[in-house]
Design a protein around this ligand. Structure first.
Ligand code: GZL
Length: 322
């Protein structure tokens, strides 16, 4: 009984501070889930947060959601707060893959199961997390490269100069999207990667990276491979300011599939958008409930994803919801 009283008081304090977002009081919630979100860096991330909040409400789960503003130290502090509040389940989307061993050992020692959402981690010790719910980023990189190979065939290109704008260095999507893309073009002698720069999944960095590339390589650039829509959208005006037509003079390949990028795809300024759905909330809630009930859970849950490109009738793409 004392635990629940403590939990209610702390939970109410968290809600008053605006860190927690939940419609459920712990007293009537099926379980209390602590979730550390990376930040609000992209439409994808904002859509992911919205979906998790909506699904927590739909499942009657008390959600304590904290935004880390892209800082690993904020995520570690949030996880420690969740442990102190003795939540039933902890979930987080790790901003980078390394540096989680100590805090996850503390969660394990406290007997609180941990779910990875969206991104993965590398730890010395096995068994610190229960399940990863997120995209197959390597496959997203493969699908981006396979589109480019088909496009080069259609255009009869003999040399394809590529510049890459990557996501946050040392994050799972950055490492695996790059690996999938590079592994797939490796055997194609037409493909030449001029340079790769970290755009940190940010629109402003996408703009800066593209400005640098255009000053250095000019119109020798044939392809921009960008790890997310925010950076892609930031890059496009720089291409136009250089007197080049994105989608025509330079092939533009992006990942996420948010509404803004799909709108630009329909305008012909982006050639390919690989979908990476942010709608992971339902699987998260179902997995948390299974853990609370002592049931077995899958170790990896990958959502189904598709490719939107100028190879299909883009006018048929419906509303994206993020
Ligand atoms: C992918 C996710 C990435 C998105 C970016 O699952 O981790 O982080 O592609 C977001 O938009 O910032």
């Amino acid at each position: 009984m004392r635990k629940r009283i403590v939990l209610c008081v702390l939970f109410a304090a968290l809600l008053l501070t605006g860190c927690g977002k939940s419609k459920e009081e712990p007293g009537d919630a099926k379980l209390v889930l602590g979730f550390s979100q990376i930040g609000s860096e992209s439409a994808w991330r904002i859509g992911n947060t919205k979906d998790i909040e909506e699904q927590a409400e739909a499942y009657g789960i008390g959600l304590m959601l904290e935004n880390a503003n892209q800082k690993q130290e904020n995520q570690i502090a949030a996880i420690r707060r969740f442990i102190a509040y003795q939540v039933d389940v902890i979930a987080f989307s790790p901003v980078v893959e390394e540096g989680w061993d100590n805090v996850l050992k503390e969660a394990k020692d406290a007997g609180i199961p941990v779910i990875l959402v969206d991104r993965d981690i590398n730890t010395e010790q096995e068994g610190l997390t229960t399940c990863l719910i997120g995209a197959d980023f390597y496959k997203e990189g493969v699908m981006a490269a396979e589109y480019l190979i088909r496009k080069a065939d259609r255009l009869g290109l003999e040399q394809v100069n590529i510049v890459e704008i990557t996501g946050t260095e040392n994050s799972t999507p950055m490492r695996q999207r790059q690996a999938g893309f590079m592994d797939t073009i490796a055997a194609d002698s037409r493909m030449c990667v001029l340079e790769s720069i970290d755009g940190d999944f940010l629109k402003s960095r996408g703009e800066e990276c593209m400005r640098y590339y255009l000053e250095k390589y000019g119109d020798t650039i044939d392809v921009v491979f960008s790890h997310n829509d925010e950076m892609t959208i930031g890059a496009l005006p720089e291409i136009e300011n250089a007197g080049l037509a994105p989608g025509k003079d330079i092939i533009i390949i992006s990942i996420d599939g948010g509404q803004e990028a799909i709108n630009v795809l329909k305008e012909g300024k982006i050639n390919c958008v690989v979908e990476c759905t942010p709608k992971l909330g339902r699987e998260l809630m179902e997995t948390a409930l299974k853990l609370k009930n002592g049931e077995q859970v899958e170790t990896v849950i990958h959502p189904k994803e598709q490719v939107f490109s100028d190879e299909i009738d883009v006018s048929q793409i419906g509303p994206r919801g993020y």
